[in-house]
Design a protein around this ligand. Structure first.
Ligand SMILES: [Mg+2]
Length: 306
């Protein structure tokens, strides 16, 4: 970064981690078929520069093991503390590769599990710092990058049999002429989201219905998501109550949080056909590639962030 014509030699001086936990299991907030008693938690990271700037990142867990993720983030600190900020932020693709390709830590991941999460916290904190330095929200920083800059963020090593760098570049270049128009639409109308707040499996019917109404009437959501997979009778009853609460125009999605095997997923979801589901999240293991292929022609599925 150039500041007033001078090269900025700021250094990262600190990377502080915190183990933050909330006792959400007291009221079953966040409960689902696979995770009945979560305590929503974050392994939180703050990086600081000698110029007083900060970047914040965190990754989410549901309680026990949050300390393991914090320890994994701590194991990466030496990559950033003492480093020049400009050098780290100038090529975020290379910075990502630096974490991923640690020759010893990559035994623990690096693109799955705890190590993946730790790298995620590091990269999020650095992206936050980069966006602040460029005085843009992060979404806009990314939206303003050229197609070449965007593909340079991606490691195509394990993707190239499905899509190459040049193929990705072509897709982004084709979309470039309408970029300004889409950005203006986003600024004017926002980006549609959904609420998962009503749908936790441990909630009473009354609480679920009340929160469905609140999500739609008070907060304007056009879609809500319910947890499913405890018992099909409960799913029928809850989906019917939710549909009644939100009316015919609001979409309903469901999330089974990996609780089914493949045949059970297909059978169970077929039993929910009357509820006009927008999509089904994590019907089975996200790593079950053969299962995805078996389900693919029968069910619209998405993978989970939560
Ligand atoms: Mg989920």
């Amino acid at each position: 970064m150039e500041l007033n014509g001078e090269y900025d030699m700021s250094l990262i001086t600190q990377a502080r981690t915190s183990d933050v936990r909330f006792p959400t299991s007291d009221f079953l907030d966040g409960s689902d078929a696979m995770n009945p008693d979560p305590d929503y938690s974050v392994a939180y990271l703050t990086v600081e520069t000698d110029a007083g700037e900060t970047g914040h990142g965190f990754v989410f867990t549901i309680g026990r093991g949050n300390d393991v993720v914090v320890a994994a983030i701590d194991s990466l600190k030496h990559y950033v503390v003492g480093s020049e900020v400009d050098a780290l932020l100038a090529d975020m693709g290379a910075t990502s590769q630096m974490f991923i390709n640690d020759s010893q830590l990559r035994w623990l991941g690096p693109e799955k599990g705890v190590e993946h999460m730790a790298i995620g916290a590091m990269l999020t904190a650095l992206w936050d710092l980069k966006a602040k330095r460029e005085k843009k929200p992060l979404w806009e920083l990314l939206a303003d990058m050229t197609p070449e800059q965007l593909v340079d963020l991606v490691d195509f090593r394990y993707l190239s049999d499905a899509i190459t760098r040049n193929e990705a570049l072509d897709i982004l270049r084709c979309a470039e002429p309408t970029r300004a128009e889409r950005k203006a639409d986003l600024l004017a109308n926002g980006y549609p989201g959904y609420s998962t707040a009503p749908g936790w499996l441990g909630y009473s019917d009354e609480k679920m219905v009340g929160l469905c109404q609140e999500a739609v009437k008070d907060h304007g959501f056009g879609q809500i998501k319910l947890k499913v997979g405890g018992s099909v009778e409960d799913d029928w009853r809850r989906l019917a109550l939710a549909r009644e609460a939100v009316g015919p125009d609001v979409k309903l999605a469901v999330d089974a949080n990996q609780v089914w095997d493949v045949p059970e997923a297909i059978e169970w979801i077929n039993q929910l056909q009357d509820y006009d589901l927008a999509w089904v999240e994590e019907p089975t293991s996200p790593d079950d590639i053969l299962g995805h292929r078996a389900r693919g022609c029968q069910i619209v599925c998405v993978q989970s962030h939560r």
